[in-house]
Write a protein that binds this ligand. Sequence first.
Ligand code: BGC
Length: 447
Amino acid sequence: MIYMVAAIAAMAGFLFGFDEGVIAGAEASLIQTFPMSPFVQGFMTAAVPLGALVGAVFAGRISDRYGRRKVLLVAAIIFFVGSLLAAAAQSVVELTVARLMLGVAIGVAGMVAPLYLSETADSRRRGRLVATYQLAITIGIVVAYFVDYILVEVGWRAMFACGAVPALALFVGAIVLPESPRWLALRGRLDEARGVLLRLRENDAALVEAELANIASVTGGAPAGRWADLASRRVRPAVIAAFGLYILQQFSGINAVIYYAPSIFLSTGFESHSATILATVGVGAVNVAMTLVAMWLIDRLGRRKLLFIGLTGTALSLAAIAATAAWAGPAWSFLSVIALMFYIGAFAVSLGPVPHIIMSEVFPLALRGRGMALASIANWGCNYIVVLLFPVALASIGISGVMLAFGIVCTLGLIFTLRYVPETRGVTLEEIERRLDEGHLVRSSAV
Ligand code: BGC
């Protein structure tokens, strides 16, 4: 049962990645159907992160009210309808509205699915299950790239329509899924919570009673913190670490690559459209592979070491892309492919997973929900700005200038990590909270 729960929540991650990635290969044929300026192109593409920002703002409140399962069900319907509307769009406006809908579904599912996973899993498997979700996002991206490659001759409508298939799978899954036992307990529906837990824990009654008592001790315990508490001196280091890492994650340029990889390849000298999409599939595959490596290393090397290694790698590879595009010319475009693969690998091993992990660790229990909501808003807001402005920036300062700017951000990220990111490897959440109380969240961290 627990594996089915994981598979279905991972389906939400897969859809998230698919809808992010599919635009990359669709862009070239889209521009032929609907000629548009770089600004309109950016606005249409960035409708997904904009919708996600809106979805993330409301996801917490509606899933507290109506339950995790119902909200996932509605997100699946929006995914399904949004995919078909995008495929059938007759104008850029219609396409932008469809992408806004897909974005809302991503914002909602992107918050509720990991929440559902962590509320349903037992503590031994929680970390691995939540990490599965990040892996599912990268798999969704690479599958979307592959679909783009296969359908390059058929065109963008077929590419978007494919998103309806996993949406249907999520819908069917959400129908058979049990409601989150923690949410049921929170609403005082203890008998139902017990029933679900018995199914999830293979009828181990003693285990279930212990877990129910544990849930009750928390739900009846400390009142939730207030939004204003996030600005207090005590919590500020946690806010700076979580926020700063998301700003860094997005301004490292990752989604310029994820959403526009084929355009980047074109501007560095590639000539055939299908070759650019094939190179993009390679980018997606490296992303998946290095996310697996990150999952293996994260509790061995620790968060800070991974960030130092990854940020050095992203800064150097961005500088290499900028230099190749500025001086080497089309005959050397293979160099930019190698550098871009390095960039994605270095990102996936560090700035990809680490912000999500730190975000879920540094906030004190009473403020965790609110802190995570605010951090997700920072994430989508910065994602929106980068995706919106990338085509305009590319048209005005060229690929070298843009890559150099992202490279400078990654270099500054090294200083940020040194000063503001705590090492949380092997530290319990209660110990992290105690460090916040004592005012030395970062200082007591080893490199
Ligand atoms: C980021 C996404 C990004 C993805 C790429 C995630 O960690 O939050 O914005 O598209 O990584 O793999």
